[in-house]
Design a protein around this ligand. Structure first.
Ligand code: ADP
Length: 297
């Protein structure tokens, strides 16, 4: 099954320090890592590792990070011809983590902000061939809107992972087959901390179905006729980074393979749980065999 991810591609630069620097202070880092990230790229890699045929539409800068990001996506087997190179530097995040785990993060959208409707339309053949379209909110809202409108005009299934949470035009809700906020995003979008109430609000706005991811509490699916709560898998979680990305990708893969809703939700919970057992973003995204073995055991 073909899945297209329309979204962000970032390089993350992480430094480990004894304590976070104060204003005007220069400090030494103990360790330094360069890792590929961006919710779009993470979800594309996750879906590929779980067995889908994956296409990515996005933008990187004309710089070494941009080349490396495309190279890594291609090495994973994600089809990257829908990624354009622009003059703005590649999107990045500068992360500082101290020994107690506190962090500061500066994100620069960079090339991701150049991901516009024209580029989307230049790649419309990718969307035409896709079964599922997955979008997040790390590219301009106008592009998100255009991507949903175009995908719906072709009757493609559209999943929006509303992360990071943002105010969205009403038109967006009506074009979605599935929206997948986590608890915090749901609260920000709907201004209620009551999960069922929040999900109902989104259904009323026209979203066909909702899955709220609940971290170590599993997930809750709701549509107009049913609710499906899926228990979490018990794991020794050490780092929840990219659990949501893995969950979204797995859900799209499961649904695109015509798994029953219940099985697709279980599959997604398992992929999310497994992701928390390893450090990092893309480094922790599980492969299909691992998820299958984990579910059986
Ligand atoms: P996000 O990363 O977007 O905040 P969540 O933290 O809700 O998303 O995680 C996504 C999914 O991953 C959850 O719905 C759950 O199935 C699984 N998951 C996350 N954390 C854990 C955990 N500690 N134990 C078991 N499953 C988890």
């Amino acid at each position: 099954m073909k899945i297209v991810v329309i979204g962000s591609i970032n390089m993350d630069y992480s430094a480990k320090v004894n304590k976070l620097p104060q204003k005007g202070e220069t400090i030494r880092a103990n360790e330094f890592y360069t890792t590929a990230g961006g919710k779009g790229a993470n979800q594309a890699v996750a879906a590929k590792r779980l067995g889908a045929d994956v296409y990515m539409i996005g933008a990187v800068g004309d710089d070494s990070a941009g080349k490396e990001l495309c190279r890594r996506l291609e090495a994973e087997g994600v089809k990257a011809h829908g990624i354009k190179t622009v003059d703005t530097p590649s999107g990045n995040a500068m992360i500082t983590v101290d020994v107690t785990g506190n962090n500061t993060i500066v994100v620069f959208a960079g090339a991701n902000s150049e991901m516009n409707e024209d580029w989307l339309m230049e790649n419309k053949n990718i969307i035409e061939e896709a079964d599922y379209v997955i979008i997040q909110l790390e590219i301009p809202m106008e592009t998100v809107k255009a991507a949903i409108r175009f995908s719906k005009s072709l009757d493609r299934k559209v999943i929006l992972n509303p992360a990071p949470a943002a105010e969205m035009p009403e038109e967006i809700y009506k074009g979605l087959d599935l929206m997948t906020p986590n608890e915090t995003e749901l609260a920000e979008i709907t201004r209620t901390t009551d999960i069922k109430e929040g999900a109902k609000q989104l259904l009323k706005k026209g979203v066909k179905s909702i899955v709220v991811t609940l971290g170590e509490k599993g997930s809750l699916y709701m549509d107009d006729t049913k609710e499906v709560y899926t228990n979490p898998y018990q794991v020794d979680a050490i780092d929840s980074t990219a659990a949501g990305d893995s969950f979204n990708a797995a859900l799209a893969v499961g649904l695109s393979e015509d798994m029953s809703l219940e099985d697709a939700l279980k599959f997604a919970n398992a992929a999310g749980a497994l992701t928390t057992t390893k450090l990092g973003a893309q480094a922790s995204l599980p492969y299909r065999d691992e998820v299958n073995t984990f579910i059986k055991s």
